[in-house]
Design a protein around this ligand. Sequence first.
Ligand code: ATP
Ligand code: PLP
Ligand code: MG
Ligand code: NA
Ligand code: MG
Length: 297
Amino acid sequence: PSDTGRVLSIQSHTVQGYVGNKSAVFPLQLLGFDVDPINSVQFSNHTGYPTFRGQVLNGSQLWDLIEGLAENDLLHYTHLLTGYIGSVSFLTTVLQVVDKLRSVNPDLVYVCDPVLGDEGKLYVPQDLISVYQQKVVPVATMLTPNQFEVELLTGLRITCEEDGLKACNTLHSAGPRKVVITSALIEDKLLLIGSHKKAKEQPPEQFKIEIPKIPAYFTGTGDLTTALLLGWSNKYPDNLERAAELAVSSLQALLRRTVEDYKRAGFDPSTSSLEIRLIQSQDEIRSPQITCKAVKY
Ligand code: ATP
Ligand code: PLP
Ligand code: MG
Ligand code: NA
Ligand code: MG
């Protein structure tokens, strides 16, 4: 038994650096969750480096782990978290995992980061898109796409805030009650847009958080954002705004620390992809000061 919850987190593992499970497990543990990671890949480092090596887990290997847990009655989860998934067969197995976990706990919360690409670039096979649209989105409790992913999932172009809100409505009608567009560049501003459909008959509660853009490129921040949103929205289940303020504020504190540390070591943070200073930011993760406020629509 656990006070906060037990999360099954199916994501990438990198030996060095913080993406996927490496950027999600530690913060969720700090927020009090038991976290059980399944590593969908094990790579030496993230794919933004000149090279990487390692292994990829396939769908039947994933299912084998689930059966092992089932045999010992160990499938009691409050949350399932998924991120980057590289093949249709693995994604189809994840759908089986959702069913299996919900047969044990019908209230299982499924937080899905539908990782498809970023900034106009697709980084999964094209045929994953329709599986997300038709099968995954309908069973997700909370969805955390970026701007490009929302466009791919809804077929809508997002060039203004209104477009973002409409796309959230479209996603709600497909399934998830909570939708967070984790980053969107709209009219030169970096925004997070949140939308919580509390009841079927009512319009969703929608808000934005404007994020001060740091002139640097980070990896692992999308995965960290989704993990923090899971963590804080479990504490504030009826207040997605609050959860998002906490998630964004602690992330911004971590990013400022990351940039400062690189500068102190003599690097120019605007010239290369930065590894986030996750472990060093544990205080900001455990008890963030709200510095980024939400604005209701
Ligand atoms: P996914 O990983 O699902 O593709 P994403 O594209 O939204 O999601 P990021 O682009 O890493 O992931 O953005 C996630 C969050 O990280 C943003 O909401 C923002 O808070 C923070 N972030 C990332 N890059 C920056 C930056 N250069 N300046 C300020 N904040 C940033
Ligand atoms: N997983 C792996 C293996 C990666 O190489 C990357 C990025 O390079 C990611 C996940 C995504 O990280 P982010 O949270 O920045 O989207
Ligand atoms: Mg992005
Ligand atoms: Na995202
Ligand atoms: Mg990303």
